[in-house]
Design a protein around this ligand. Sequence first.
Ligand code: WQD
Length: 341
Amino acid sequence: MKILVTGGTGFIGSHTVVELVKAGFEPVLMDNFDNSQASVLNGLETILGFRPSFYEADCNDAAAFAEIFQKESNIGGVIHFAAHKAVGESVQLPMKYYRNNIGSLLSLLETAKAAGISNLVFSSSCTVYGEPSQLPVDESFPILPAQSPYGNTKQICEEILRDAVASGMDFRVLSLRYFNPIGAHPSAEIGELPIGVPGNLVPFVVQTAAGWRTQLSVFGDDYNTADGTCIRDYIHVVDIAKAHVKAIQYLNSKAEKSLYDWVNLGTGKGSSVLEVVNAFEKVSGQKLNFKIAERRSGDVEKIYASTEKAERVLGWKTELSLEDALADAWRWQQKLGPKLV
Ligand code: WQD
């Protein structure tokens, strides 16, 4: 069965392409290389042994979707990854985020309906929970006002999907709320390559160890946690990718024509920033140059997922550890070689 993967050359998208093929699906990739490189297709070819079907196109372009749905007959589902995702940039350029992240979903929904597509997996985020009142955070927790335009686009997209299904559209939709995806494919053929200075912790850690950055700033050590640094639920991107395969299989297995549900994708285990630094030093054998810096505005103190619903609904749970993810991220970083920019 063909599955359209928007953002197919992106970080989570590319890893999901690999797992889809392993599970017997035929991914069709769509990306405009806004935040990824054409070389990802080479990495995928090396892993898969063939070059996956690819369309260079913008998801805001409804005509592009319509053309793909027409050319690739029998697409059985869509996994919609494509979106802008830099939290800080979204504060500076909110309209860019609203236009792109919401516009692309609308283009997809309008054209997918006409093409008779009935299964859709959407990339959502744990940011919808804000600072939760209790931990672990489960799917019944309320959605809190978003801390950034980026986070708000994820909330609005979830609402759009809920409303589309409630209106009677024949769509089975699952929103997957990611916690902190990190790592790389164990082959080191694909991984995370943020453009410019990374905003996220693990890319910054591995780039510092590789000499691309001089020093990691740990944002705040006066939080109400054991070592004073923030706690997150870091999850290996390959585990996240496998959950998308389970999500498509789950939607395919359903008899009802319309369905909307949402599931957390996390490990259930929280790690502090200093625990990540220590684990990285252990798996890489590198001493990391870091300093304690001011808190970063907008950071929640601690969050980690309840994994019960994902296990119950999808029959999925994580298999890989924080150490696995950091070792794979480091292997990928080393393969990138000297700094390119
Ligand atoms: C993790 C921790 C930082 C960089 C994630 C996603 C993001 C979004 C929301 C996804 C925090 C600390 C970081 C650094 C540091 N949505 N840190 N020094 O903020 O949890 O955001 O969820 O859908 O895209 O990544 O992730 O990796 O930025 O930060 O000390 O240089 O690391 O303060 O405690 P975050 P992150």
